[in-house]
Design a protein around this ligand. Structure first.
Ligand SMILES: Cc1cc2nc3c(=O)[nH]c(=O)nc-3n(C[C@H](O)[C@H](O)[C@H](O)COP(=O)(O)OP(=O)(O)OC[C@H]3O[C@@H](n4cnc5c(N)ncnc54)[C@H](O)[C@@H]3O)c2cc1C
Length: 291
């Protein structure tokens, strides 16, 4: 069965937004195509107009703004994995990008596409959530800066409104005494994670935890923070027993079981991977504090 659609490749962001506005729900932006093209092939998405974003150089920029990095929506996973230039300030991004799919997927897929697609098992939503990042959006009503905690609404559902595009994401750069780590379990290298844990640990000058943040992918319909785990670490020394005790609170999550893993197994993975991610993040933080 052929399903015809119109293909447009605007040269400017303003033109892309105008096309989205004019065609409403009938139009779909195309970035790396690594999620959208399979949906088109399966006829699960049937847009009348594909608005290809790949000519929009303005969405490819990466810049440092004070204590933050602003990463354009069209920046590929592979560029984030390489971590060149200002990206070198965020090793957590390199670590997360390297876990995505295979090199072909990473070469084409974009951070904006991943955030917009909002797969519950994807790495970028969990990383952006752990870092308290902000998704930068432009649309018919102007610009919006949406905190990650408000952006992910459900599985494959975000706070994006009709006609809006993600233009980038603002991520804090971790300072001295702070470190991050990603740990995940998948059946085969390159598969989507069954569960992934992203931890960020900031140490006070006396070596106690000033702030810890953990977010999970694959443990619910949106990336979940673990407030009880985070609270259990505040003001404590990140010794192995404390980290394990805090991570054990991840068992409170209530994931759904599916064909890939039962709910109980996901809960087990959440606890184990949180402990590992926290231990590594704390070790990185201690090393960077001493530097
Ligand atoms: C074999 C395979 C393995 C994979 N493994 C993983 C994995 O392990 N982890 C992982 O996280 N991902 C994985 N992916 C998905 C991959 O990361 C995709 O790149 C990502 O989900 C979507 O990014 P994209 O640039 O390809 O977006 P597209 O596929 O082009 O678009 C995805 C969706 O986002 C919308 N969209 C795109 N850009 C924007 C924008 N700027 N503003 C608003 N809406 C936009 C599109 O309309 C579409 O609805 C895998 C994909 C494949 C094919």
């Amino acid at each position: 069965m052929t399903v015809p659609f119109d293909y447009r490749a605007p040269a400017t962001l303003a033109d892309a937004l105008a096309l989205l506005r004019d065609h409403g729900e009938e139009a779909k932006p195309l970035a790396g195509g690594q999620s959208l093209v399979p949906l088109l092939a399966l006829r699960l998405a049937r847009p009348a107009v594909l608005v290809d974003l790949n000519r929009l150089d303005e969405l490819r920029a990466i810049r440092r703004e004070g204590d933050a990095l602003v990463v354009g929506a069209l920046v590929r996973h592979r560029a984030l994995e390489r971590g060149d230039g200002v990206l070198a300030a965020c090793p957590l991004l390199q670590e997360a990008a390297a876990l995505i799919g295979n090199v072909r997927v990473r070469t084409l897929g974009t951070i904006g596409g991943s955030l917009a697609h909002a797969d519950p098992a994807a790495e970028w939503p969990a990383v952006v959530r752990a870092l308290d990042g902000v998704v930068l959006v432009r649309g018919p009503a102007g610009d919006r800066a949406i905190p990650a905690g408000d952006f992910f609404v459900g599985a494959l559902v975000t706070a994006l409104r009709p006609g809006e595009l993600i233009v980038g994401v603002r991520l804090p750069v971790l300072g001295p005494g702070a470190g991050g780590a990603v740990e995940e379990f998948s059946r085969r290298a390159g598969d989507f994670a069954i569960v992934a844990a992203v931890a960020v640990v900031e140490l006070a000058p006396d070596g106690t935890v000033a702030r810890a943040r953990v977010s999970l992918a694959g443990a619910g319909s949106i990336p979940q923070r673990l407030p009880e785990t985070e609270a259990a670490l505040a003001g404590r020394r990140p010794d192995p027993e404390t980290l394990r005790g805090a991570a054990s609170r991840a068992s409170a999550i209530e994931p759904e079981g599916d064909a890939h893993a039962s709910a109980a197994y996901r809960r087990h993975l959440a606890r184990v991977l949180t402990a590992r991610a926290l231990a590594r993040a704390a070790a990185v933080a201690a090393r960077r504090g001493a530097a």
